[in-house]
Ligand binder design. Structure first.
Ligand SMILES: [Fe+2]
Length: 157
């Protein structure tokens, strides 16, 4: 079993998120569950691929660049945000907007002391400085959207 995150039972419709990879086979209703592959169905991309905009700590998600329908028969059931050490799912119902907001702390900067005699380092004003500012590399973020008819879609930030 590889590392797909979401699986569906084709009999009862259960969908599960795999939170820890053990290596076994997931089954439900007496049969193997289907691994959900994002963006794999033949459907309008512009209505399904999530559009995610990061503003500071907030990620604003809309499905998609043309709003997806939210009728009883055809709607986005949930939007999930996955990043290092975190998964968050917002459940939606027909009639709601196909939108979600998530909070992800921004990568922080820190000043690292380099020693008193280090004259190679300059500060922002061009003066010798004993600190170096290091910024954490931002962690990748994946946003998933699940349509009851057209399955799983994703975008990576
Ligand atoms: Fe759809």
């Amino acid at each position: 079993m590889d590392n797909a995150l979401f699986y569906r039972c084709e009999r009862c419709g259960n969908i599960v998120a795999l939170v820890n990879v053990g290596g076994g086979t997931l089954s439900c209703c007496g049969q193997e569950m289907t691994k959900l592959i994002a963006n794999s169905t033949d459907a309008a991309q512009e209505k399904h691929v999530p559009v995610a905009v990061k503003k500071g700590e907030e990620i604003q998600v809309t499905v998609g660049s043309v709003l997806h329908p939210m009728t009883d028969e055809h709607y986005i059931q949930w939007i999930a945000m996955v990043t290092d050490g975190k998964i968050e799912i917002k459940y939606l119902k027909p009639g709601m907007e196909p939108k979600a907001e998530f909070i992800v702390p921004v990568a922080h900067s820190e000043a690292v002391y380099t020693g008193e005699n280090d004259e190679e380092v300059m500060n922002c004003e061009g003066q010798p400085c004993n600190f170096v500012c290091r910024t954490e590399t931002p962690k990748p973020i994946t946003v998933y959207a699940y349509c009851n008819l057209h399955g799983l879609w994703k975008v990576e930030l």
